[in-house]
Ligand binder design. Structure first.
Ligand code: ADP
Ligand code: ADP
Length: 229
């Protein structure tokens, strides 16, 4: 299983900032958990410890009962798709080539890559004519779709998303959120999403982890139970 378990996890940066303090949190496999809270409360640091873009200062972080600090970081990241606020696409690669980055690294043959790219373009709701274009020729919303397709390319069990809809305008955002919900129902991945938008958290999350200043977890529950409390 790909449940993600934080056991007393602390992150202190080298300048002494405590970004996350004694975090105990279990993110169930196959669910979408949203980390929400004000700027600076440790959401991104929490997310980035999962794919080891940040190291832990204390405690343990387990994925499927394996301690992430003891597994090879490259192998770990192959199991984990990562979508950032700004899509992070390679500007000199076409959309199709951006989506194919991980399959190429994995050595898939050309036919398999071509078929997978076509499948992903459809999955994330992009017009197939866009596949030959370059990132700057796409709108912000389209670029975020490409970022999502790239993260899903090798079908990782875990998907991390850092403010994936924050950089697009509100109408496009509402549309992307709806589509993302229906996509999640189909792919059933273990998803961890960071947002500062509590409405987005309540709308999308199977569970919502509310962080407070100082990197402390304040509440963790389903949206329904949080709203009835
Ligand atoms: P670590 O101890 O994890 O190596 P560092 O303190 O060396 O982290 O910082 C890593 C990077 O983060 C540096 O490039 C630094 O400029 C940047 N950084 C430093 N302080 C902050 C901050 N308050 N918020 C965001 N990024 C920061
Ligand atoms: P959030 O995602 O909730 O905005 P972050 O995890 O980015 O919060 O940051 C949590 C705290 O850690 C903040 O005080 C931030 O300034 C600090 N911070 C983040 N990255 C670094 C870094 N590389 N070096 C030092 N401090 C950092």
């Amino acid at each position: 299983s790909s449940a993600i378990v934080f056991e007393g996890v602390t992150k202190r940066y080298s300048d002494g900032t405590v970004a996350v303090e004694s975090l105990d949190l279990t993110l169930p496999a196959g669910e979408l958990t949203v980390l929400v809270g004000p700027s600076g409360c440790g959401k991104t640091t929490t997310l980035r410890m999962i794919n080891r873009l940040e190291t832990l200062s204390g405690g343990r972080l387990l994925i499927g009962n394996r301690d992430v600090m003891s597994v090879d970081a490259t192998l770990l990241r192959r199991q984990i798709g990562y979508v950032m606020q700004h899509s992070g696409l390679f500007p000199h690669k076409t959309i199709a080539d951006n989506i194919a980055v991980v399959p190429r690294l994995l050595g898939w043959d050309k036919k398999r890559i071509r078929e997978r790219v076509a499948e992903l373009v459809e999955l994330v709701g992009l017009d197939e004519a866009l596949a030959k274009r370059y990132p700057h020729q796409l709108s912000g919303g389209q670029q975020q779709r490409v970022g999502l397709a790239r993260a899903l390319a090798a079908d990782p069990p875990i998907l991390l998303m850092d403010e994936p809809f924050a950089a697009v305008d509100p109408i496009v955002r509402a549309h992307l959120q709806e589509e993302f919900l229906s996509l999640q129902r189909r792919v059933q991945k273990t998803i961890v999403m960071v947002t500062h938008d509590i409405d987005e958290a309540m709308k999308l999350g199977d569970r919502v982890a509310i962080f407070a200043q100082g990197g402390k977890l304040a509440q963790f529950d389903t949206p329904a139970r949080l709203l009835s409390a």
